[in-house]
Design a protein around this ligand. Structure first.
Ligand SMILES: Cc1cc2nc3c(=O)[nH]c(=O)nc-3n(C[C@H](O)[C@H](O)[C@H](O)COP(=O)(O)O)c2cc1C
Length: 370
């Protein structure tokens, strides 16, 4: 499909992809998915490239450089992760100074890759094209391998100040921001966008997708929920097929991908063959390698997660993070893991009021499956 053909959705915002178009796409998609799944051991560097693309989702307060290093270092650097996206860097009136970019995304000092060589895209969040574009230019100059633009953050403080998901209500502004950023960074550096399916319904998803694509996004990642849903069910994988059919760039599916079989279910419903995974990695840091068939598919032994949490804490302290913040991040990890896997619940509850590391370390030492 050419970009020109997509423009009709811009002209008529209410227009949806016709059911017949979706039917054709689903038929075609099934065979292509079988081929992609057959090649899942191969790490696609970008969506649409040979192999399977599996990105590590950005999660503010969790997926800092230490977390990214820990996850991508697994199995001698063969973690199965195609690409990481940084936690969002907030851009308001003025461009963000280089020093702040280097502090928030320290991989920039190492060519924009984790120690294991996985690219880290710098995610920017804001509503004003000019400071966003200038910040993107600085990030690119510092070595960012790609720039991702956040139009999905549901936080009230962010949305009330013209950022994140609030832009979903103004697709033309998404287009303007993507276009300005695209224009400002060198051509070989991809500019991508991350959205939700809409603010309070997915009715405008085609228009949002077309806005990002026509602004020049290299691909679009869609968290399959509306802003008003926050993180509540249901996840709307079938809606993603409409985004997929509207634009000529790859659509990366995101939301509630927890076990390897979820990818096939999601692919069948969404026709998307590239994925981003966030919270599930807290309960199963090996999930990417498991999906690729490189590791056994079994629940992570509790003692292994305890080891990972100890490494995480030690690495954060080595990196100079203050003790209270390091403890808070370990507890946050356990909290999210407990939401996904009930085995972690008693361990989250046993540690959640600890203010310092020693009692948590003591608890982790005894953490094992019964
Ligand atoms: C604690 C937390 C922080 C998040 N921070 C970001 C962020 O900085 N940027 C972003 O684009 N998405 C952020 N997200 C959304 C995730 O990237 C992802 O879209 C969402 O968790 C759904 O995917 P999952 O079900 O695989 O976790 C965050 C999610 C959580 C739970």
């Amino acid at each position: 499909m050419t970009l020109g053909a997509c423009e009709r959705f811009v002209a008529d915002p209410g227009q949806r992809v016709a059911e017949a178009v979706l039917e054709d796409m689903r038929r075609d998609s099934a065979a292509r998915w079988a081929a992609t799944w057959g090649e899942r051991h191969r790490v696609a560097a970008r969506p649409g490239e040979p192999g399977l693309y599996l990105a590590l989702a950005p999660m503010d307060g969790i997926t800092d450089a230490v977390y990214r290093r820990l996850l991508t270092d697994q199995f001698g650097g063969r973690s199965g992760i195609s690409l990481c996206v940084s936690e969002f860097v907030r851009v308001t009136r003025d461009p963000v100074p280089a020093a702040v970019l280097l502090r928030d995304v320290p991989e920039l000092a190492h060519g924009g890759h984790t120690r294991a060589g996985v690219p880290v895209y710098v995610q920017l969040l804001g509503g004003d094209p000019e400071p966003l574009a200038e910040t993107a230019r600085r990030a690119a100059e510092l070595g960012a391998p790609g720039i991702d633009l956040n139009f999905g953050c549901p936080a009230k403080t962010v949305n009330n100040h013209d950022g994140g998901a609030s832009l979903l209500r103004a697709p033309q502004r998404i287009r303007a921001i993507v276009a300005r950023v695209r224009d400002r960074v060198p051509e070989h550096i991809p500019v991508t966008a991350k959205v939700r399916v809409g603010w309070d319904s997915s009715d405008g998803l085609e228009e949002i997708a077309v806005a990002a694509a026509s602004g020049g996004a290299a691909w679009l990642t869609v968290h399959a929920r509306t802003r008003t849903q926050l993180y509540q069910p249901p996840v709307r994988w079938p809606d993603l097929a409409r985004a997929r059919a509207s634009i000529p760039i790859p659509v990366v599916a995101n939301g509630d991908l927890r076990v390897p079989e979820d990818l096939s279910h999601c692919a069948a419903q969404s026709c998307c063959h590239a994925f981003m995974i966030g919270r599930a990695a807290m309960a199963r840091p090996d999930l990417f390698a498991v999906i690729r068939g490189a590791r056994q598919d079994r629940p992570l032994p509790l003692a292994e997660l305890a080891d990972i949490l100890r490494d995480y804490h030690a690495a954060m302290r080595d990196d100079g993070l203050e003790p209270g913040r390091a403890v808070a991040r370990v507890k946050q990890w356990l909290r999210l893991a407990a939401q996904l896997d009930a085995r972690f619940e008693p361990h989250f509850h046993a540690t959640k009021t600890a203010a310092a590391w020693p009692p948590i370390a003591e608890h982790l030492a005894g953490m094992a499956d019964a």
